[in-house]
Design a binder for this molecule. Structure first.
Ligand code: PXP
Length: 240
């Protein structure tokens, strides 16, 4: 299972002072040196953390693969088609939210998401859609032409009652299985940390996880390289 690191929080720290550091481009470099399989950043409409310069520079400097998280808006599609990251993950975006709050409602957003996928694919960019753990959304993602899904694990990350956790894991697992049967890639992310990653890594159909907050938070105490390596150690222990 591949580990991709979301570096938005490094940019959040920089933007808190509107300074030049810490630089998410430098963070991406350290993540790659530590063994990460890819770098994720979310260029939000309000540019609250990652800014355009970061994405353009990351495209030139990332040696693994760059996943641009974005809303399915004309502005973001235009930027993505210019930058041509390895892949783009389409997410819902609300101005007031602290972080992405859930998967896309593919039926409601179809008129925006389908043309965005078409344009991104024309530009040679692989597309992923961020969805709730729900098999119906997998069928919709496939119909819309997505290459991959990213299963929202945010609810799983917040649950504490063991039976609720198991029920949510079952939904994640069923969604991942269906996507694999239908031949599309399976990513997962949001709210994953050093404790709850084990059960996710135990779902063999999940190809890739995208993790930001817990790794950057740990990095404040251990350094970024160690924080990435610690997560890789857990994932490899489960998968080997
Ligand atoms: N995947 C998606 C689609 C996200 O929006 C985010 C948060 O930016 C993540 C993964 C990473 O979530 P976290 O920061 O909770 O690890």
């Amino acid at each position: 299972m591949r580990l991709c690191i979301n570096i938005d929080h490094i940019a959040t720290l920089r933007q808190a002072r509107m300074e030049k550091e810490p630089d998410p481009v430098f963070a991406a470099y350290i993540c790659e040196l530590a063994g990460a399989d890819g770098i994720v950043c979310h260029l939000r409409e309000d540019r609250r953390h990652i800014v355009d310069r970061d994405v353009y520079t990351l495209k030139d400097t990332v040696k693994t693969k760059l996943d641009l998280e974005m809303a399915a808006t004309d502005e973001m599609v235009k930027i993505a088609c210019e930058i041509k990251p390895y892949m783009a993950t389409l997410v819902p975006e609300k101005r007031q939210e602290l972080t992405t709050e859930g998967g896309l409602d593919l039926i409601a957003a179809e008129f925006k998401v389908t043309p965005a996928i078409e344009k991104l694919k024309e530009a040679g960019i692989k597309t992923s859609v961020f969805i709730e753990p729900n098999p119906d959304s997998v069928d919709q993602a496939l119909e819309m032409g997505a290459d991959m899904i990213e299963i929202h694990t945010g609810k799983y990350g917040l649950l504490t009652e063991p039976l609720d956790v198991l029920a949510e894991l079952e939904k994640i697992s069923q969604t991942a299985k269906l996507a694999k049967e239908l031949g599309i890639g399976v990513n997962a992310g949001h709210g994953l940390n050093y404790l709850n990653i084990t059960a996710i890594a135990n779902i063999p159909e999940i190809d890739e996880v995208s993790i930001g907050h817990s790794i950057i938070a740990r990095a404040a105490f251990t350094g970024l390289e160690n924080a990435v390596k610690d997560m890789l150690t857990i994932i490899r222990r489960v998968r080997q």
